[in-house]
Write a protein that binds this ligand. Structure first.
Ligand SMILES: Cc1cc2nc3c(=O)[nH]c(=O)nc-3n(C[C@H](O)[C@H](O)[C@H](O)COP(=O)(O)OP(=O)(O)OC[C@H]3O[C@@H](n4cnc5c(N)ncnc54)[C@H](O)[C@@H]3O)c2cc1C
Length: 290
């Protein structure tokens, strides 16, 4: 009978050494385990688990001049209670507040939410509109590379990471513009402890009654989370009249490609996405009028 092997390195260097001593095995990177343990009975029995949660260099939140750098093993609650994130990246706070429970958020990491590559991963849509970049460590070449977050996703719960590669950092650029509007809302079965049926993240700059720019990403309605660039382009430079908002809702409905699954139907996901965009744009108008 095969049995799983388990390693828990304390440094990236140790991780690399463990990796180089393992050949031809299925490596399973384990951070908080809150996704992995749910599916533990389906894990390959010959998998080699490498628990990266003890690697100190993968933890923490650091503000640099024009960016915030978050270690991949930073727990969701550390982000939620961080003044740096609260003051600089409110959209991420809005998203994390809706995720799981206090207990799960103490274990669940941001790197695990991204690494799981689910189109329903709630930190992903905010990070996509923020144009975050992901730093990846390859134990094969011992090198670090950085890619835009959108390039990480290959399909539902499938990433472009190679065997053994790990996300080390999430790099979130800070915008110079003041007064940026942000929006995150998800619709699920309930209000708490719920997996997203559909969600929307947006950041926008609105001035002189017009949208200067807007960045939109819908969750759970396409095989991978991506920017809604046709809808963004349509809204750019426009005044938010009822007619414009209604047209934008039709455009986003054509831009997404939802499926029917155990959580929702395709038709309902289309309807929610249209309504979320309407809610977002009317909220934007109200914010400007305060
Ligand atoms: C009750 C419950 C409620 C939940 N609610 C929500 C919710 O509301 N919204 C939501 O989005 N999710 C939710 N989740 C899912 C889960 O908690 C999150 O996705 C969490 O962020 C995963 O992080 P983790 O550290 O536990 O990942 P793990 O389970 O350790 O790993 C998840 C996946 O990512 C990979 N991985 C982990 N870290 C890295 C890394 N640094 N580099 C590369 N790959 C990596 C692993 O190999 C694995 O494939 C919920 C889970 C439970 C059990």
């Amino acid at each position: 009978m095969n049995s799983m092997q388990y390693y828990s390195p304390n440094t990236l260097d140790e991780y690399q050494k463990i990796y180089s001593n393992i050949t031809g095995k299925n490596i399973l990177v384990f951070a908080g385990g809150t996704d992995l343990m749910v599916g533990r009975h389906e894990l390959p029995q010959d998998a080699v688990i490498i628990d990266i949660s003890g690697i100190a260099e993968l933890k923490g939140i650091e503000k640099k001049e024009d960016k915030i750098v978050v270690g991949s093993c930073t727990a969701l609650n550390e982000l939620l209670y961080s003044h740096q994130i609260q003051n600089n990246i409110p959209i991420l706070i809005k998203a994390i507040k809706t995720m799981a429970s206090e207990q799960i958020r103490n274990r669940a990491t941001i790197g695990g939410n991204i690494g799981n590559a689910s189109p329903a991963g709630d930190t992903i849509t905010p990070l996509v509109v923020l144009e975050a970049r992901i730093e990846i460590f390859s134990p094969e070449s011992n090198e670090i590379r950085t890619i835009p977050i959108e390039a990480l996703f290959r399909g539902p719960c499938a990433s472009t990471l190679q065997n053994g590669e790990i996300i080390t950092k999430i790099i979130i650029p800070l915008r110079k513009d003041k007064g940026i509007f942000c929006y995150f809302r998800k619709i699920g079965q309930r209000n708490a402890m719920t997996i997203t049926k559909a969600s929307l993240s947006a950041i926008a700059k609105y001035s002189s009654s017009k949208i200067e720019w807007i960045k939109l990403a819908s969750g759970s309605v396409s095989p991978v989370v991506k920017r809604m660039s046709i809808t963004e382009e349509f809204l750019k430079g426009k005044e938010l009249t009822t007619a414009v908002i209604n047209e934008a809702k039709e455009i986003i409905a054509r831009e997404i490609s939802p499926i029917t699954d155990i959580r929702s139907t395709k038709a309902f996901r289309v309807l929610i996405t249209k309504n979320l965009l309407g809610d977002c744009l009317y909220y934007l108008i109200r914010q400007q009028n305060i």
